[in-house]
Design a protein around this ligand. Structure first.
Ligand code: PLP
Length: 222
């Protein structure tokens, strides 16, 4: 199936759910991103700041660029002029840096708190206690150029559906907890980014609002 057909099929599956599609475009050349754009995709996820910064000028201005990979503080300035959402916030230091560069461009950048929900230790993300430590920081209200819009998680690489379901439920639980404790008056805090090519239907059933899908659209990255 073509890129356009895959996007249409996934959008049809998501219709009537709370979830929208973020097309993961990492490693793919801009021609394929343009094809996805023409098929209606507007949210593009990349995991490397340099790659995203290089592709950004080649695509129309209404693309929502989401960073979905680990971000070093010294790379924030590459993204600050245009990135819509940084899905991989895992420290107060990173929030501070995003705020500083967003302020310099008179922008507000959206951020998701990334949680560690997988069994693999190699996968990054916060524990609930670490996230609360960030949210309890007296500095946080001053970081007005970052808008926290929800949570993100990468599940274990497994075909065990029960395991995946538990991990998605855990992330949903973290979201509910933080929403009630810190964001009850903040409608912008609304996203649960979970689900990839192999498990997005399950993630949507568990309340995902943003699925990050690459290979089910473009084929394998080889
Ligand atoms: C690559 C990647 C995806 C997409 O993976 P697919 O299996 O190709 O859909 C989603 N989320 C993150 C964080 C990724 O790095």
């Amino acid at each position: 199936m073509s890129i356009a057909e895959n996007i249409q099929r996934i959008n049809a599956e998501l219709a009537g759910t709370k979830a929208r599609l973020c097309v993961v475009t990492k490693t793919h050349p801009v021609e394929r991103l343009q094809e996805a754009y023409e098929a209606g995709a507007r949210c593009f996820g990349e995991n490397r700041p340099q790659e995203m910064a290089a592709k950004h000028p080649e695509l129309p201005a209404d693309v929502e660029w989401h960073l979905i990979g680990q971000l070093q503080t010294n790379k924030v300035k590459l993204l600050a002029p245009f990135v819509n959402t940084i899905q991989s916030i895992d420290s107060l230091k990173l929030l501070r840096e995003i705020n500083k560069h967003a302020a310099a461009h008179r922008r507000v950048i959206n951020g998701l708190l990334q949680f560690h929900i997988a069994q693999e230790e190699s996968k990054s993300g916060l524990t609930l206690a670490e996230a609360e430590e960030i949210l309890d920081s007296p500095e946080l209200p001053d970081l007005s150029h970052v808008r926290l819009t929800g949570v993100m998680g990468v599940a274990t690489f497994t075909s065990d559906r029960d395991q995946l379901r538990r991990e998605f439920q855990r992330l949903h639980g973290y979201f509910d907890h933080l929403k009630a404790k810190y964001f009850a008056e903040s409608p912008a805090f609304q996203d649960i980014s979970m689900g990839m090519s192999g498990d997005y239907q399950l993630a949507v059933a568990e309340g995902s609002t943003l699925v990050r899908v690459g290979s089910a659209i473009f084929g394998s990255r080889g």
